[in-house]
Design a protein around this ligand. Structure first.
Ligand SMILES: Nc1ncnc2c1ncn2[C@@H]1O[C@H](COP(=O)(O)OP(=O)(O)O)[C@@H](O)[C@H]1O
Ligand SMILES: Cc1ncsc1CCOP(=O)(O)O
Length: 267
């Protein structure tokens, strides 16, 4: 059974501590594909929610000290309960506060999947890469090497997205060539993807070697295919129509469509 089919069958509870820009989009995207979103931030409840969830997705898009503390508490609780953790270091490198907070989170929480653009991931591991706000700028490095270095340094799976996506655990590396650049013109394109990755690893067997890596690869292919079809369905109508159709496609793309349309390569 594909991971998408398992998400649809199991309806995993995904605890999100995310940013105020993308909250509604993220909840609707998770519901569309068959997961159950739960946004909870209060220090009084984050440890309970994280421990009961099937995955925890942490995102510093609109961080402040209260949210960073909530992220640390939720992350540690998930670690203790054996719940997988996805971290999206939105804008790491844009300001010292963002970079330092992202690094602090990786030092106190064992991350299972780090998902970001190349600039964000590079800055989390102390490499230089220009970032403009929350969007990756030009850099000198090699995306695959940055991903592998981050995976080895943080002992986790790393998914770097952009024109092509790279997923690696530091040893085995895949590229995924599904997607459309129009996703970069809709806010939350990366943040929702991190939450979708959470839904997919929620249903992966943690004991089975490579299961989580395969789940992340399938999540990115699925997401990219939904974007490709949504773009075809709304060509010429603008980014607002794309955004709505993209949510439609997250609910309509089937495991069969994923297996026939995915462009995954081992590198
Ligand atoms: N130039 C591009 N062409 C096609 N797809 C892209 C491009 N840039 C990003 N994407 C896609 O947009 C989604 C979000 O990635 P990205 O923009 O890198 O995240 P973030 O919003 O965190 O910067 C991913 O599915 C990625 O494949
Ligand atoms: C615009 C913006 N500003 C702070 S968080 C955020 C959302 C970023 O979402 P994404 O990087 O997924 O487009």
């Amino acid at each position: 059974m594909s991971f998408l089919a398992k998400v649809q069958a199991q309806n995993p509870l995904v605890h999100n501590i995310t940013n105020m820009v993308v909250t509604n989009f993220t909840a609707n995207g998770l519901l569309a594909l068959g997961a159950s979103p739960f946004m909870a931030y209060a220090h009084e409840e984050v440890t309970d929610v994280a421990a009961m969830a099937s995955a925890v997705v942490l995102n510093i898009g609109t961080l402040d000290p209260y949210t960073v503390e909530a992220i640390l508490q939720a992350g540690r609780s998930a670690n203790q309960a054996g719940v997988p953790v996805v971290f999206d270091p939105v804008g790491a490198g844009a300001t010292p506060y963002r970079t330092e907070s992202a690094i602090q989170i990786t030092e106190h929480v064992q991350i299972d999947v780090l998902r970001g653009n190349v600039a964000e991931v590079a800055n989390v591991i102390g490499e230089q890469w220009h970032i403009k706000g929350v969007d990756a700028g030009a850099g000198e490095g090699n995306m695959v090497e940055i991903a592998k270095q981050a995976a080895r340094q943080l002992k986790c799976i790393v998914a770097i997205t952009g024109e092509k996506d790279v997923v690696t655990d530091g040893n085995t590396t895949y590229t995924i060539a599904n997607s459309h650049s129009i996703l970069t013109r809709v806010t939350g394109g990366g943040c929702l993807l991190s939450a979708v990755v959470g839904a997919f690893i929620a249903v992966a067997d943690p004991i089975e070697s490579q299961e989580r890596l395969n789940a992340v690869v399938e999540a990115l292919a699925f997401y990219g295919i939904a974007a490709e079809i949504a773009y075809q369905q709304t060509a010429g109508q603008g980014t607002g129509s794309f955004q709505i159709e993209f949510i439609n496609q997250l609910s309509l793309v089937t495991p069969d469509i994923v297996s026939t349309h995915s462009k995954i390569a081992k590198v």
